[in-house]
Design a protein around this ligand. Structure first.
Ligand code: NAD
Length: 269
């Protein structure tokens, strides 16, 4: 129950009704006897600057999760950014300091890696393919680089976008092998769909079937799409004997990172 004493966190996006964070956070707060609550905020873009200014003065609010389509636009309106949020130019969580300053981070990639580690994947010295170089693909690619992958390949239908991301990451991580070219999937220890392909039951896969058949059965194959849970891409990988990681696993794994940044949960929640 929300009381006068309850400390709040928010999640902002538009639309917002589909997000699962309020259920997940509020269940955790209740189970752990915390006088905390998450509220969902659907805000029009022209009012974002006013919302950010209101957050600075909102004394009983600890922070705000940021979702589509505001991850990029809000990054430029805060008072400080983590190194990775600055490198990515996007935030998915904001902490409000006691003096009202707003500090942003992007933990999409860390949440992804936490879920992957639970499947036994350790990024150091591994070869990874990330399909999709948008907001989520870039965050995953950045965390894989921080985790010390040996080789990272980034693919996107929008080739200049994928190339630009590879160049940015190569400049930040000069010791790694980062590129956009591949002919087969067999050498990859990790293949990630970071595109919306497969969302809403379209039956589509992000790569053609003939290429997917070159997946190594030793690979971890992951999808960021949350609905359906088992995308055609994951089904195909599972049938080839690969380990699979779903979009909801990534979302759930990330809750502790989001909560820890806002100071309302331990990292491993
Ligand atoms: P985005 O629009 O920023 O990027 C998507 C990219 O995919 C674009 O660059 C696009 O060109 C590329 N793309 C589309 N089809 C492709 C194809 N067939 N092959 C190669 N590239 C292709 O989107 P985003 O913000 O990165 O979000 C991507 C997905 O991630 C969404 O479905 C979103 O719901 C999901 N998501 C999941 C989680 C989670 O925790 N599981 C978290 C955040 C977002």
């Amino acid at each position: 129950m929300i009381r006068g004493s309850t400390q709040l966190v928010a999640i902002i996006g538009s639309p917002i009704a589909q997000v699962k964070s309020p259920e997940n956070f509020n269940a955790w707060f209740a189970e752990n006897g915390q006088d905390l609550a998450m509220i969902a905020v659907d805000m029009a873009e022209q009012n974002l600057a006013g919302f950010i200014q209101a957050l600075r003065g909102w004394n009983n609010l600890r922070g705000c999760v940021v979702t589509v389509p505001y991850k990029q636009v809000l990054a430029s309106q805060l008072d400080g950014l983590s190194k990775r949020a600055a490198a990515l130019g996007s935030v998915n969580v904001i902490r409000r300091e006691a003096d009202g300053r707003l500090l942003g981070d992007n933990v999409d990639g860390e949440g992804f890696l936490k879920a992957a580690r639970a499947h036994g994947f350790q990024p150091a010295e591994r070869r990874a393919l990330v399909i999709g170089s948008g907001g989520v693909g870039a965050a995953i690619a950045y965390s894989l680089c921080e985790g010390g992958v040996r080789q990272l390949v980034i693919a996107d239908l929008d080739q200049p976008r994928a190339q630009a991301l590879a160049e940015r990451l190569q400049a930040a991580f000069p010791q790694l092998e980062i590129g956009n070219r591949y002919a087969s999937l067999e050498a990859f220890d990790l293949v990630v769909n970071a595109t919306p392909v497969g969302m809403g039951g379209t039956g589509e896969t992000p790569l053609p079937g003939v290429l997917l058949e070159t997946l190594s059965p030793a690979a971890l194959v992951a999808d960021v799409v949350t609905s359906p849970v088992l995308t055609p891409f994951l089904e195909l990988a599972r049938n080839l004997g690969c380990r699979i990681q779903t979009g909801p696993e990534m979302a759930r794994a990330q809750m502790g990172n989001l909560g820890a940044h806002m100071g309302v949960m331990p990292l491993d929640a």
